[in-house]
Design a protein around this ligand. Structure first.
Ligand code: 8Y7
Length: 274
């Protein structure tokens, strides 16, 4: 039986694959075809060597429209239930809504990935009752407006203070500190310069003694530097791992797993069977 704390204890970098269950214009959530499409994608990621699958039913991209907890749950729940039936891969729910977290927890997910770091109503309580691990991501502002004109008087200091506050809120709500994962939130209320500083200085966020998750995959931060976002994302991911990241949240699982394997082989000076 796979579990997240054993994976983290292994010390090797972990790859979290992104599974979006957000329908395109003419379909609604929870339909058979959409569930099947998500399952196909998940199966492919498992074949490709993914460690964790992050399931999301609401787009958090800048400018995306909001959906209700009912719609979000209807999208993700059938996928979680089906995956629980056919695999023991570690599952994560990408949501900020207490209701969605609660449904996902009952269905057997292992991790809550919240871009709002449990700041929505009821989220702290649900996370605490679930006993699940939680990824606390830093975001300045709200997805709809966050890229307007992000400003920090002390980028790293402000984000570390945010982490301290959210860790304290979690512990006060009864969540064990060891259950927490931190993420600086690339592109969430940050300029290009901010994003680059954050990658380069990622080790500055190690003082909390918690695993760091990094989500750079195909983001505009990468697109502003290179044409090919896949190649750029792999380069950024390796840079992040060398600066202390433990989990990579990515779209391109196969390519990332291969790159990580090379890094691990070098780190351990050991031949890893391909
Ligand atoms: C992140 C994330 C997104 C991230 C964590 C995208 C849901 C935008 N980005 N969660 N989610 N970290 N923890 O491009 O960077 O994937 S959505």
């Amino acid at each position: 039986m796979l579990n997240l704390s054993d994976l983290l204890d292994s010390g090797r970098p972990l790859v979290m694959g992104i599974l979006n269950v957000t329908p395109d214009s003419f379909s609604d959530g929870g339909r058979y075809v959409e569930v099947e499409r998500a399952l196909m994608h998940a199966r492919q990621m498992i074949c490709d060597g993914v460690d964790i699958i992050d399931i999301g039913g609401e787009s958090t991209r800048p400018g995306a429209e909001a959906v209700s907890a009912e719609v979000e749950t209807a999208r993700v729940l059938p996928v979680i239930e089906a995956l629980k039936r056919e695999t023991d891969i570690v599952l994560s729910i990408d949501s900020s809504k207490a209701e969605v977290m609660s449904a996902a927890a009952s269905a057997g997910v292992d991790l809550i990935n919240d871009v709002r770091a449990l700041r929505e109503i009821g989220a702290l309580e649900v996370a605490s009752e679930s006993g699940l691990a939680v990824c606390l991501m830093h975001m300045q502002g709200e997805p709809r407006t966050m890229q307007g004109n992000p400003k920090y008087d002390d980028l790293i200091g402000n984000i570390n203070t945010f982490f301290e506050e959210r860790i304290a809120a979690c512990v006060a709500a009864g969540i064990r500190r060891e259950k927490l994962i931190l993420d600086v939130g690339f592109g969430f209320g940050k300029t290009q310069e901010h994003n680059l500083t954050l990658i380069n200085q990622l080790h500055e966020f190690g003082s909390h003694g918690l695993p760091l998750l990094v989500g750079l995959s195909r983001k505009s931060t990468i697109g502003k530097i290179v044409q090919d976002r896949l190649i750029g994302s792999i380069a950024g991911a390796l840079a992040a791992l060398e600066r202390g990241a433990r989990i990579l949240r990515v779209h391109d699982v196969l390519e990332t797993v291969e790159a990580v394997r090379v890094l691990q082989s070098i780190r351990q000076e050991m031949v890893i069977r391909s």
